[in-house]
Design a protein around this ligand. Structure first.
Ligand SMILES: [Zn+2]
Length: 268
């Protein structure tokens, strides 16, 4: 599958002068995976059309000494929908994974998951967005067509089968996938789960191979929620928990440490 199709990524970037704009443009424009860069100094906004992952673009922008926060993603044509899952679990694994429907049969899945053991980990959409018993209540792999477990490129697969992601030695998996069976509108309200082991893609000898890919226990999960597309998120402050967009950058995306616990009392 052609995985080089571009998407537009909208970042909020701290910029105060034209030289900042030039620095950001310069570092992005010399990158082969970047098609176009548009910088709006007044709005502190950078729009990048690229085949790179959002983390790669963020790292490039931040290599100029500025902080960048991803605000939205969009396709080249009309947006067909976007969603995001914030993953957390009992351990230290956490992540954020974004879904963007580029066309009726192409869904872009861009994510970063931290705290994994190095190597391959199964990633699946599960049928239920139910975290009442942590990841155990997410149900089975999303399988509306009644098929057996398989690899993303197989016709015999669960719709939720996204294969494996690979964590680097530092425990981080940063990935960008395109999938033909996932539709944003079908998976909103369901859950995304990352597993402890490698998904054998239905090709193993274990009894679970054709059911789960025998990819071990569920390490972290999150409900897939509708999210902003491009330019739909005008906020500079996240109203959800009082963390500003800039502070957001340095905070865990979920779990412990997310909430501000040491906020000073109001001085009235
Ligand atoms: Zn499956």
């Amino acid at each position: 599958m052609d995985t080089n199709r571009t998407a537009k990524l909208e970042f909020a970037v701290q910029m105060s002068c034209d030289s900042c704009v030039n620095a950001v443009k310069g570092v992005l424009q010399k990158e082969p995976g970047v098609q176009s860069v548009h910088v709006d100094l007044a709005k502190e906004q950078v729009l990048v059309e690229t085949a790179l992952t959002s983390l790669q673009v963020q790292s490039l922008i931040e290599s100029t000494g500025r902080r960048a926060v991803l605000k939205g993603m969009g396709g080249s044509e009309t947006d067909l929908g976007a969603a995001v899952a914030m993953l957390s679990g009992a351990g230290l694994v956490q992540g954020v994974v974004r879904f963007l429907q580029l066309s009726p049969d192409r869904c872009l899945i861009d994510g970063t998951i931290d705290g994994l053991t190095p190597g391959a980990h199964g990633l699946h959409v599960h049928e239920l967005g139910d975290l009442t018993q942590d990841c155990r209540s997410c149900g089975d792999h999303f399988n509306p067509l009644g098929k057996q477990h398989g690899a993303p490129q197989d016709s015999e697969r669960h719709v939720g089968d996204l294969g494996n992601i690979t964590a680097a030695p530092d425990g981080r998996a940063s990935f960008r996938l395109e999938d033909s069976q996932i539709k944003v509108w079908d998976v909103i309200g369901r859950s995304l789960v990352v597993d402890s082991g490698e998904d054998d893609l239905g090709r193993g000898k274990h009894p679970l191979s054709k059911i789960t890919g025998n990819s071990g226990e569920r390490l972290a999960c999150g409900v897939i929620a509708r999210s902003a597309g491009l330019f739909q998120n005008p906020k500079q402050i996240c109203a959800c928990d009082g963390v500003t967009l800039w502070e957001e950058r340095d905070r865990p995306i979920a779990g412990k440490g997310r909430k501000v616990t040491d906020a000073p009392t109001a001085n009235l």
